[in-house]
Design a protein around this ligand. Structure first.
Ligand code: FES
Length: 340
């Protein structure tokens, strides 16, 4: 054990410890460049100050992006808004983290200390030592000497929570009227079309075993396209009619083995889209809820507690698939069901 090292903790009778290997002791302490060269120390302090300043700018940038580039009606505008806010937050937290690491490695005291293992319960003397160490660590930061660094760090840390708090506060006044989830734009006679092309779907074109992503006809013309699409998306699946187990009151909801179910998981609303043709199981990738499409989309595994809502379908005079009505019950998490 090096004589210069500081031993912290309870005294240990080392003669009573089994000697299983030779104690290699601490390696020789090497002074860093910032310990011996005042210019290098100042340079490190400038870099750290700059990084905290960059962190503050990142938070300000995220706030500016939140207000100046709000998400619009299009997917592209939502992506742009999310990207800019994310970039701002990444710079804010990344720069603050790098600054803290560089500070501890380049400027704080790096003398080796040894602490022997000791009983879990701390006695009074140990607690007093811990307090003394904390005080020593606080003094090591030399914050009283580095005014600019202190100011930059405090600014960065004070601004950082705003990157989360402002969007949260902004959402308080948002539209929380959940009753709108009770109905979608599906109605009697509305054609089922391919997502995203909007091409109508002929029943004769849907082959056994296929799964088709579906949106309602005319979706692109409604006012809240994204909101309506999020509620009305459907997965259309064709299977051998002999594999279908249909309740008596639902026998006319399918067409020659073609069934349509809401894609919105009844757990917490992720889109379910992983269809396993052999088992007729539909898997939600978020928490692995699994629905049996051959048996009324009943839950066979996972946290969802009710089947996917079914869209009753038929064909029109030209053989195109059309809805018979809206979904037979509210789509999405079971929470909506309680608002009936
Ligand atoms: S959202 Fe589908 S399982 Fe959780």
């Amino acid at each position: 054990m090096s004589d210069e090292s500081t031993e912290v903790g309870l005294p240990v009778d080392r003669n009573r410890l089994p000697e299983r290997f030779e104690n290699p002791g601490l390696p020789e302490h090497h002074a860093r460049l910032t310990d011996t060269d005042p210019a290098a120390e100042k340079r490190a302090a400038r870099i750290i100050t700059g990084l905290f300043g960059l962190s503050a700018l990142g938070t300000i940038g995220a706030l500016v992006a939140y207000f100046a580039v709000p998400p619009g009606e299009t997917v592209a505008s939502i992506r742009l808004s999310t990207l800019l806010i994310g970039l701002g937050l990444a710079v804010a937290f990344g720069a603050a983290g790098i600054a803290a690491i560089h500070w501890s490695k380049a400027l704080m005291n790096d003398h080796e200390k040894v602490e022997y293992r000791h009983p879990q319960a701390s006695d009074r003397a140990t607690r007093e030592e811990a307090v003394a160490m904390l005080k020593e660590g606080a003094e090591d930061t030399n914050l009283s000497r580095r005014g600019a660094l202190k100011g930059a760090m405090i600014s960065a840390l004070a601004l950082a929570p705003l990157g989360f708090a402002v969007p949260l506060i902004g959402s308080v006044g948002g539209d929380w009227n959940v009753s709108k989830f009770r109905h979608t734009m599906w109605k009697q006679g509305l054609r089922l079309t391919h997502d995203p092309s909007g091409e109508p779907i002929k029943a004769s074109d849907v082959t056994v075993g296929s799964a088709v992503h579906v949106i309602p006809d005319g979706l692109s013309e409604v006012e809240d396209v994204l909101e309506e699409k999020a509620k009305a998306v459907v997965l259309l699946i064709r299977m051998d009619p002999r594999d279908l187990k249909e309740a008596d009151d639902r026998k006319d909801w399918s067409y020659q083995g073609i069934v349509a179910y809401s894609k919105i998981c009844t757990h917490v609303g992720c889109p379910v889209a992983l269809y396993e043709q052999q088992t007729h199981h539909l898997l939600c990738p978020c928490h692995q809820s699994t629905f049996d499409i051959a048996d009324g989309a009943k839950v066979v595994f996972g946290p969802a507690d009710r089947p996917l809502p079914q869209l009753p379908i038929t064909v029109d005079d030209e053989g195109y698939l059309v809805a018979q009505s809206d979904f037979h019950e509210p789509i999405g998490p079971s929470f909506w069901e309680r608002l009936k």
